[in-house]
Write a protein that binds this ligand. Sequence first.
Ligand SMILES: NC(=O)C1=CN([C@@H]2O[C@H](COP(=O)(O)OP(=O)(O)OC[C@H]3O[C@@H](n4cnc5c(N)ncnc54)[C@H](OP(=O)(O)O)[C@@H]3O)[C@@H](O)[C@H]2O)C=CC1
Ligand SMILES: Nc1nc(O)c(N)c(N[C@@H]2O[C@H](COP(=O)(O)O)[C@@H](O)[C@H]2O)n1
Length: 274
Amino acid sequence: MSGVSELSESDKVFLKAFLPPKSGTRSDGRDPGLPFVTLTYASSLDGMISLSPGVRTTLSGPETKSMTHYLRMHHDAILVGAGTAIADDPGLNSRYPGATLDTQPQPVIVDLRARWDVSGKNVLRLTSGRQGKAPWIISNLDVLPNQALSDAGGSLVHVEFDSTSEAGGGLGVPHTQGQQCSWSSILRSLRKRGIGSIMIEGGARVINSLLAEPMLVDSVIVTIAPTWLGVGGVAVAPSPKFDDAGQRVNSARLEHTVWRQFGADAVLCGRPMR
Ligand SMILES: NC(=O)C1=CN([C@@H]2O[C@H](COP(=O)(O)OP(=O)(O)OC[C@H]3O[C@@H](n4cnc5c(N)ncnc54)[C@H](OP(=O)(O)O)[C@@H]3O)[C@@H](O)[C@H]2O)C=CC1
Ligand SMILES: Nc1nc(O)c(N)c(N[C@@H]2O[C@H](COP(=O)(O)O)[C@@H](O)[C@H]2O)n1
């Protein structure tokens, strides 16, 4: 049993304006080289997404879990960072009633340092059971994919380091923590591979870095669970931001917000203010 059930018609109506447009691409005349990006995660009342680094933590109740699987079915791809892949061993498929292999999102893992070994992981188990697609791994290394990955039909997506990121780096040079690929490069390379819409689920480093680039994010859908995880949890807290006068300002903000209760949880949808 997946514990995922159909949403009510009114839940679907609530979410509709925040889903990717039917074509899967941006409808507002903006950059066609980028996919429609939905940032979505579950948070506690103290802004935490897990109890401590590397610990898989259930925050969503059954209703918001069902919502997540509904959202997954409405995107071409679903992305997490290496930290999440290592901590959670996620399935990254949609278990929403009626989901077929065709409607499954493409799993994407950002793992530039090849820290995560996909062999024997849930995502491959689901691929072999035809319940999910074989993953793509965003990598900077100029190496052949892991045997288990290529046997399953998955692949590496090569993305260059951002030239402005800490410590530089380049093709084939193992990078140190701190070197980044720009989100724009990652998203553009996925768009070139046919991804028109992508749901980005986390973890904290991925979410925090994307909140600093509101131009790249179309929708934000946050589940808020009625619980506090406490000090030591993994927080969503983007880097501080300063105005031209050097005064501290809010790091990010949503506009056009709507709220709805799903079971015991609240769901907040909005668009990042640019
Ligand atoms: N409640 C929720 O909804 C969710 C909770 N989580 C939780 O979050 C935690 C994991 O968060 P966190 O540790 O921050 O890990 P992340 O999943 O954010 O992964 C971070 C790593 O991904 C790689 N990465 C991400 N973005 C980039 C980029 N632009 N360029 C280069 N590399 C990038 C880096 O790998 P490297 O360091 O190798 O370079 C980085 O360290 C887990 O405990 C998990 O359970 C996760 C998702 C959702
Ligand atoms: N929406 C949501 N609520 C929670 O309580 C969570 N812990 C997460 N985590 C995300 O979901 C992934 C697990 O996915 P599978 O069910 O294994 O497919 C996990 O990796 C996080 O991205 N999300």
